[in-house]
Design a protein around this ligand. Sequence first.
Ligand code: ZN
Length: 490
Amino acid sequence: MSDLHLYNTYTRNIEKFESIQPNYVGMYVCGPTVYGPPHIGHVRGPIVFDVLRRYMMHLGYRVRYVRNITDVGHLVGDVDEGEDKLAVQARKEQVEPMEIAQSYTLAYNDAMRFMNVIPPAIEPRASGHIIEQIEMISEIIQNGFAYEVNGSVYFDVLHFNKSYDYGKLSGRILEDLMAGAGNESRELEGQEEKRNANDFALWKKASPEHLMQWSSPWGKGYPGWHIECSAMSKKYLGEVFDIHGGGMDLLFPHHTGEIAQSTACSGNNPAKYWVHHNMITINGQKMAKSLNNGIKVLELFSGEHPLLEQAYSPMTLRFFILQAHYRGTLDFSNEALKASEKGLQRLFNAAKLVHQLAVSDKNDFDIAEIENEIYNSLNDDLNTPQAIAQLFEAARIVNIIHDKKGTINAENLAKLQQIFQVVFSEILGILEESSESHDAWNGVMKLVLDIRQQAKTDKNFALSDSIRKNLEALGFEIKDGKEGSIWNKN
Ligand SMILES: [Zn+2]
């Protein structure tokens, strides 16, 4: 039905996308662990997979998109022992862990809405699917791929690797893992329960003070980090579904664990295509607490972070992310974001101008060729930067026609308008921001400036000065001219 090709991390090949069922795509993407406000490391995946989803919808597929919320089982340091990330934050804020989950889920979804990311069709929470996880763990034990020790259950990696290739997704060889994993985790409490240092927890016995725990066939405890995604993807998408997405940082151990768990139950890799996006760096460096470069999404929108020279809008952020191919690294810097802001403005202007162009009998441009190039780019492993390059070409043509340096006929003009509507707005999901709120501001500011003008006419300079000063304090710059006053929001 389409010519879409995607890079499948599992096979390390670019493959033609063929859905398992006709016209339907089941897609699972690992969502956030909700223990803090969303930062810019959180935004690339949702935007990339939003565009993939939008493009597949455009191609005529019905897409069931599941993105989970991890609210239990993800421990500090991404290991098998220690404290839950949510529980640590709950103690810090002196609230219930579920209050942490709730407030940061809302914050995450607010950020998604700002960036015009379509909400998932289903957004399951790990803590709401404990029963499903327990059932799956029982099945893995029954099939001989897991064992219980002292109320905890571990996945038997060595036994699994006799029948299947445990390290295939991450490209790691189990022997290498065995050599390395022991060293880094031998110190950790609970390691001695495992038959092999690479075995990972499916269920952990909870000590009485552990904040989040549930009853299970193995006593009170909580699920391991990886089992939720296997259990929830199976529940909502079936044993085998089309696309599993996530960041490259999840290849090991998280997605490796997911494949092992699902395979241990059904004998099958749960996803036909594994799609991974690359990570974000900031001024060439990884994000790290010690570098204080973990810019929060809201800080980016307000400009309030020492590394930011100005505020950047949600659409600038979205556009910036799509200007890089999802499998390449992406470096955040003020220069790069400003360049995106400028480029985006050019496209917004063209998207408006394209509706004001005059039609001619004569035609200088072949818009079908641009359209083809855009589809070729998106079909080529979702190459959004190349599609955007074609949008700039379309914008260049809009400006030529507007400047009366070229002409276009009705058929090509309709195609040109279609490109901005369909590709720019619907597939890439870029919307002219806050035009509505800008109109509202215009109305309010006109009112305020009229009052100030009246004060000046009445020689009430105390009032007119006070209005100007108060507006400036709020970030509005007022310039008085012969035609009246104009305003700008900084
Ligand atoms: Zn996951």
